[in-house]
Design a protein around this ligand. Structure first.
Ligand SMILES: Cc1cc2nc3c(=O)[nH]c(=O)nc-3n(C[C@H](O)[C@H](O)[C@H](O)COP(=O)(O)O)c2cc1C
Length: 213
């Protein structure tokens, strides 16, 4: 049984390009492998809470009060979903050159001391060590603009994909994949071409994930 955690971050549901990319990957996985469980976490529709002073105190506490346990309940649930997954699909728009606040809130709930990482100063300059491993993380993005690659007109403006790539070590990443659509706001032939290429890549990636290649 292949377990997929699907996290959707777009505030849009109907016309969301990033959600459609996730649909496409899952469709291809299911087409190639029947035995699939999809765990859905829609942070775009239901954003997780933000971390607070009390949340941090609870996360670091060794002997938690009932109230502290309560405060971490959402985090416990979200971490449980990450633990169970073999594949984590993160479908997300770019909002203001980064990820939507809802997805950042999810990451802040999931990256937690003694759960998804341990902290030990005896390790020297790298005291933080992730506890999860062996997962595929797939970022499925949509940009309204374009040219975020080296040499492109928006070079340096992409704080979305590099952030997801870097932080995915706390999700137990072994392989990180990214598929993105550009030009959404232009709606022109470049958008159509970008979509065609991205959806073809989504189908290929879904088949590869199903075959574990
Ligand atoms: C609040 C907001 C902020 C946005 N900021 C950016 C941005 O900084 N750069 C960009 O390329 N597109 C930006 N866009 C356009 C979206 O990335 C684009 O519409 C994308 O297709 C949205 O994803 P979705 O189709 O999955 O909803 C923004 C859109 C919204 C609604």
């Amino acid at each position: 049984m292949l377990k997929i955690l699907r996290v959707d971050a777009s505030a849009r549901v109907e016309a969301s390009v990033s959600r459609q990319l996730a649909d496409s990957v899952i469709e291809a996985i299911k087409f190639n492998q029947r035995d699939v469980e999809v765990i859905k976490r829609d942070v775009g529709q239901n954003p997780p809470g933000f971390v607070s002073q009390d949340w941090i105190a609870a996360a670091f506490s060794k002997q938690r009060t009932q109230a502290q346990k309560e405060l971490l309940r959402q985090s416990d649930q979200l971490i449980g979903e990450v633990r169970r997954a073999d594949v984590i699909l993160l479908s997300t728009p770019m909002y203001n050159y980064g990820m939507p606040a809802s997805l950042k809130a999810w990451i802040d709930q999931v990256v937690r001391v003694n759960e998804t990482f341990t902290f030990d100063l005896s390790r020297g300059d790298r005291p933080i060590e992730p506890t999860l491993s062996g997962k595929r993380v797939v970022a499925l993005t949509s940009w309204g603009e374009f040219g975020f690659e080296a040499g492109g007109i928006n070079e340096g403006g992409d704080n979305l994909v590099p952030h997801l790539r870097y932080v995915s070590r706390y999700l137990g990443v072994q392989d990180f994949h990214h598929i993105g659509v550009e030009y959404q706001e232009f709606g022109d032939v470049r958008y159509a071409q970008s979509k065609t290429a991205a959806f073809a890549a989504a189908q290929n990636l879904g088949a590869a994930i199903a075959k574990n290649t």
